[in-house]
Design a protein around this ligand. Structure first.
Ligand code: GDP
Length: 296
């Protein structure tokens, strides 16, 4: 097991008894450790480079406080910078619009999109007492439609009845009509999964976006896919008006590096994190906690 970043940073400064300002040499040595730890946490190189430069700019010449060691001081600077990049506040799904509020779920196949749709439905129903309707727009994979229907049945959240032969855009329209008639507060539209960011599905999703006018477009990404997750996020963000990210499988991402990369590259808030397979394994994203995890 690796030492934590905090331990390593403290170690560098252990032999250092003199007080005063942090010298460029001390900071450089500490930043080598920061860089190594972030790369081990699978953060993309471009993100690591930018982050290290930000810390350098803040750290060199900083007076070391009497009450703390230079190591602790650097750890604090790195921590604060991590929180600044991750976004300082916890974010939630924005429902401030005329009901039924459409939320579009997008992402690669296997990212956890359908499971996350059900998790969000459960959360909004139970915690916020919203009347939710879920609809699968995955016309290419009947199994995906069935998966959402079964999840809805388990959670007692209604799903739009499946009608064969309709296009995704037609289903989206039907979902909005049904929600208006049924007095639903929120409509979760689960778009087709895809194995790559392909053009046909991307233009279909853009069309759905134009018809349903979603209040939120939530991109679901698997934290364990590292650099691929970052590339995926960038590709989706270029074509769709992504409003937030849901990071799944954070339960398997020990160091929390994916959150940092995702946030730094897209600039979009991480709204929720998936922490397991069960439908209640969905949590708010707390930048402070992830920063703590990265530092170890
Ligand atoms: P989709 O193809 O994007 O709709 O993906 P699914 O929702 O079908 O999820 C794929 C697999 O990932 C399923 O076995 C889920 O149970 C699992 N999964 C989804 N979210 C999480 C998560 O946050 N943690 C873990 N450990 N597994 C998850």
């Amino acid at each position: 097991m690796f030492d934590t970043l905090s331990d390593r940073l403290s170690g560098i400064f252990d032999g250092l008894t003199k007080r005063g300002a942090l010298s460029e040499k001390d900071v450089n040595e500490a930043l080598r450790e920061v860089r190594r730890a972030l790369l081990e946490a699978d953060v993309a190189l471009e993100v690591v480079r930018a982050f290290v430069e930000q810390v350098r700019a803040r750290a060199v010449g900083v007076e070391v406080l009497k009450s703390v060691s230079p190591g602790q001081q650097v750890i604090k600077i790195v921590h604060d910078e991590l929180v600044a990049v991750l976004g300082s506040d916890a974010q939630t799904i924005d429902l401030a619009s005329v009901p039924p509020v459409p939320i579009l779920m997008v992402g690669l196949q296997g990212s956890g999109k359908t499971t996350t749709t059900a998790k969000i439905a459960k959360r909004l129903t139970e915690r916020e007492k919203k009347k939710v309707l879920m609809a699968s727009l995955d016309t290419r994979r009947p199994a995906a439609m069935e998966q959402l229907r079964v999840l809805g049945e388990q959670l007692e959240v209604p799903t739009l009845p499946i009608v064969e032969g309709q296009s995704a855009v037609q289903i989206a329209r039907r979902a909005m009509d049904a929600a208006r008639l049924g007095g639903h507060d929120v409509v979760l539209l689960d778009t087709a999964g895809r194995t790559t960011v392909d053009e046909a599905l991307m233009s279909e999703t853009a069309e759905i976006e134009a018809v349903a006018k979603p209040h939120e477009v939530l991109l679901v990404v698997d934290a364990l896919t590292g650099q691929d997750a970052v590339n995926t996020a960038r590709a989706f963000d270029e074509r769709l008006d992504v409003t937030g990210i849901v990071l799944t499988r954070v339960d398997g991402d020990g160091r929390g590096g994916a959150a940092l990369a995702m946030r730094a590259v897209t600039g979009k808030p991480i709204k929720l994190i998936g922490t397991g397979e069960k439908t209640d394994a969905l949590e708010e994203f707390h930048p402070q906690r992830i920063a703590g995890r990265i530092l170890g």
